[in-house]
Design a protein around this ligand. Structure first.
Ligand SMILES: CC(=O)SCCNC(=O)CCNC(=O)[C@H](O)C(C)(C)COP(=O)(O)OP(=O)(O)OC[C@H]1O[C@@H](n2cnc3c(N)ncnc32)[C@H](O)[C@@H]1OP(=O)(O)O
Length: 421
């Protein structure tokens, strides 16, 4: 049992034992002020990595929690890096603002470091919390609410000739959908390879969470010549009738595609379903093809939200493991109070996107100064160093270094996290 100095002395921080899970998770639900459906709770129970889960106890009562998943996350260039997915963070209202979260984050990041994972990621219930621990906002997501009577979807080329749409049972089609998903992961930074069990998350369909919609449905887009799966969409429908006619809603859970034709065919299908008026989707990439397929993008009523926060746990490894869009040779002066092993000057050089990169400690003069949080924001290529510099968060110490590094860190595919965890 460890007793971190910054946790109140009556409290103890220790790893979870499997038998503690229910009480530990009950405390988490109290912290969040919500009760999950039995189906969702059972799934999180099955996915919990008990040996990576921490609790803070006041006597025998769990009062704080933090977990981690052993993910492999895509980074620019396509490598899948071992990544800690920080999750299930909560402190009981009776025990807040006494340093419990900070003690959990300290313990967790030390463990992540010891395991050799060079990245930690999370989605934040409140984005103001995690910057102090070195997490930077690295990806955004779009929610759309489409008045479908006001938009048409462009039909590209001979798409209709080559794509066949077929309804399938979501569970029975899951293995084929997962194979397609797995082929897409390395192509978009921020996507997570799915370990066994995680294929259940996109299928989760608790009746109490349907909000009047049907059970989950799945439509497959196949090449009609050979039946190859080129895309799929998971969605549900909610019927509604008004005096003027049908006003149903399509709730899109996921659209995953391997070709432009499949994307056009699936979005046209979803936007042309009879008896519906509105199509909603909560989580699309900011560069989703839908933005360019519709006749009137303003009618998407899109809303941007923060999504994935990234923390470089081992700066040298993390920066060496991604690709860069352009050649660069810069010395970064990195500030990192919470993980001081990262602080100092690092020389990062790469011959460009087809070459690897090296990042080593150096005594050479710095070209750019920034904190590890900004490195996290820029890491997946979705936030430029130039934008961070414009906010005063990156300082250019050698003229020209900012433009060089900003172009190299950017990436042509926007980072995106397909689902929460
Ligand atoms: C990855 C995820 O799971 S995100 C989910 C996070 N959980 C929740 O939002 C559930 C509801 N909230 C809670 O459980 C708690 O309030 C927590 C976990 C957010 C904070 O726990 P606490 O033990 O109170 O935090 P702790 O006392 O260690 O505070 C650490 C620092 O964060 C700050 N902080 C804590 N909560 C917040 C907040 N909601 N907004 C802004 N700052 C915050 C504190 O002021 C403190 O700042 P300091 O370092 O400058 O002194």
């Amino acid at each position: 049992m460890t007793q971190p100095a910054d946790v109140h002395e009556a409290l103890s921080l220790r790893p979870l034992a499997a038998a503690d899970w229910d009480a530990w998770y009950d405390a988490l639900e109290v912290a969040f002020g919500e009760t999950e459906s039995p189906e969702r709770r059972a799934l999180w129970r099955a996915l919990t990595e008990v040996d990576r889960s921490l609790g803070v106890w006041d006597g025998s009562v769990p009062v704080g929690s933090a977990g981690a998943f052993s993910f492999r996350m895509a980074v620019p260039g396509g490598a899948l890096l071992p990544t800690a997915g920080v999750t299930m963070v909560g402190v009981l209202p009776t025990h807040r603002r006494r340093g419990v979260l900070t003690a959990l984050m300290r313990h967790q990041l030390d463990e992540v470091h010891e395991r050799g994972e060079s990245l930690a990621v999370l989605t934040a219930s409140q984005p103001a919390i995690y910057g102090r621990y070195g997490y930077g906002l690295a990806s955004w997501q779009l929610a759309v609410r489409i008045d479908r009577s006001r938009v048409q979807v462009a039909r590209t080329g001979s798409a209709d000739d080559r794509i066949r749409l077929r309804l399938a049972d979501p569970a029975r089609a899951s293995a084929a959908c997962e194979r397609l998903y797995a082929r897409r992961v390395s192509l978009r930074p921020g996507m997570l390879a799915r370990s066994p069990g995680w294929e259940q998350l996109p299928l989760l369909d608790a009746p109490s969470e349907r909000e009047g919609h049907t059970a989950l449905q799945c439509v497959l887009a196949e090449d009609q010549r050979d039946g190859e799966l080129l895309g799929y969409a998971r969605y549900s429908l909610r019927a509604a009738w008004q005096h003027a006619g049908a006003a149903g809603q399509v709730r899109v859970r996921e659209v995953t595609t391997a070709t432009p034709e499949a994307a056009a065919a699936l979005w046209a299908y979803l936007l042309e379903l009879d008896l519906t008026e509105t199509v909603v989707a909560e989580n699309l990439p900011v560069d989703d093809p839908l933005l360019h397929l519709v006749s009137d993008p303003r009618r998407l009523s899109s809303q941007l939200s923060d999504s994935l926060f990234v923390r470089l746990v081992e700066v040298g490894d993390a920066l060496s493991s991604r690709r860069y869009a352009a050649p660069l040779d810069v010395v970064l002066e990195v500030a990192d109070e919470f993980c001081p092993w990262n602080a100092g000057r690092w020389r990062l050089h790469s011959a460009g996107r087809l070459a690897g990169a090296q990042c080593e400690p150096t005594d050479a003069p710095a070209d750019l100064a920034l904190s590890v949080r900004e490195l996290g924001s820029a890491y997946l290529g979705g936030c430029t160093l130039a934008a961070l510099a414009a906010a005063g968060l990156v300082r250019e110490l050698r003229p020209g270094a900012l433009a060089e590094a900003s172009a190299a860190f950017a990436w042509d595919v926007a980072p995106w996290l397909p689902h929460g965890f």
